[in-house]
Ligand binder design. Structure first.
Ligand code: UDP
Length: 243
C-alpha cells in the first residue's frame, strides 16, 4: 500500500470545478463521482482529509450580485451555495462507503453540524472526511481564505488547491502559448507578481501561518492521489528555503 506524504490535508475544490464543462450546477458523472472515488482511496491509505468547497457553480457574491444587490447579502447567498456543494459531496462520498461529516460556519442544524474546531479535529483523527461549508461564515471573504483558515485551525500539513489549470504560470497559458509554468514559488512571489493563485487575503494568511499550497489540475482527479503520495506535479507555493 502507498504511504501518504502528508498526514492531514485540506483540499480546496472550487464550485466551478464541480460543474465540469457546463460551468453551472453539479456534474456527478464526470467530476463529483471520480473525485470522490479518489478521495476514498486517499483516505484509505491513512491520509486525513478536510475539504473546503466553493460556490461559484451557483453564485458568486460580487460577480453575480454586484451592483444589483447589497454586497453582504449577495455574499451570504454565495455561502449558501457552498453548502449545496458540501451536501452533494457528502452524498457522493457516503455512497462510496466513506465516513463523512459536513460542518458549516453558519449554523444549519437540520442539515449539518456547526463548525466546531475540536470536533472537526476529532472526526479527522477517526479517519472521517470533514467538509467545511459556508466558507468563513463572513461576507467579504472567499472560500480560498476559508481553506487557509480551516487548514490553520486543524493543523493541516498542506492545502491542495484543485483548479481548472495544472499549476501556476507567469501568464495565462490560454492566451500566451509561451507561458511558463512554475514548479515552486514563494508566497512573496505570488503577492509581488500578482499571480492568480489565490486572492491576496488567502495568500497572506497562508504565508503568516507557514502552510504550503499545492496547485494542480482537478481535470484528472487521480492528481489528488498523486500529490498526496508525494508525486511532483503542479506548483508548490511555500516559504523561501533557507540554504
Ligand atoms: N463567500 C463569502 N465568505 C466566505 C466564503 C464565500 O462571502 O468566507 C461568498 C462570496 O460571495 C463568494 C461565494 O461565497 O463569491 C462563493 O465562494 P467562492 O467565490 O470562493 O467560490 P469558488 O470560486 O471557489 O467556487
Amino acid at each position: 500500500m502507498d504511504t501518504p506524504k502528508y498526514k492531514r490535508v485540506l483540499i480546496k475544490i472550487s464550485g466551478e470545478a464541480l460543474a465540469g464543462d457546463k460551468h453551472f450546477g453539479l456534474n456527478f458523472e464526470d467530476v463529483i463521482g471520480p473525485v470522490c472515488d479518489v478521495i476514498k482511496r486517499v483516505s484509505e491509505i491513512g491520509c486525513e482529509v478536510g475539504i473546503v468547497v466553493g460556490g461559484g457553480n451557483f453564485w458568486r457574491g460580487v460577480k453575480d450580485g454586484g451592483g444589483k444587490m447589497e454586497r453582504t447579502r449577495a455574499d451570504y447567498m454565495g455561502m449558501l451555495a457552498t453548502t449545496i456543494n458540501a451536501l452533494a459531496l457528502q452524498d457522493a462520498l457516503e455512497q462510496r462507503g466513506v465516513d463523512v461529516r459536513v460542518q458549516t460556519a453558519i449554523e444549519m442544524n437540520k442539515i449539518a453540524e456547526p463548525y466546531i474546531r475540536s470536533r472537526a479535529t476529532r472526526h479527522l483523527e477517526k479517519g472521517r472526511v470533514v467538509i467545511f461549508g459556508c466558507g468563513t461564515g463572513c461576507p467579504y471573504f472567499s472560500t480560498d481564505t476559508a481553506a487557509v483558515l480551516r487548514a490553520a485551525e486543524v493543523n493541516a500539513d498542506v492545502i491542495l488547491l484543485a483548479k481548472n489549470i495544472d499549476g501556476v504560470y507567469d501568464s495565462d497559458p490560454a492566451k500566451n502559448p509561451n507561458a511558463k509554468k512554475y514548479d515552486s514559488l514563494t508566497y512573496m512571489d505570488v503577492l509581488n507578481q500578482g499571480l492568480g493563485v489565490m486572492d491576496t487575503t488567502a495568500t497572506s494568511l497562508s504565508m503568516d501561518n507557514h502552510i504550503p499550497i499545492l496547485v494542480f489540475a482537478l481535470s484528472d482527479p487521480e492528481n489528488i492521489y498523486r500529490v498526496v503520495t508525494g508525486e511532483n506535479i503542479g506548483t508548490i507555493v511555500k516559504e523561501e528555503e533557507v540554504r
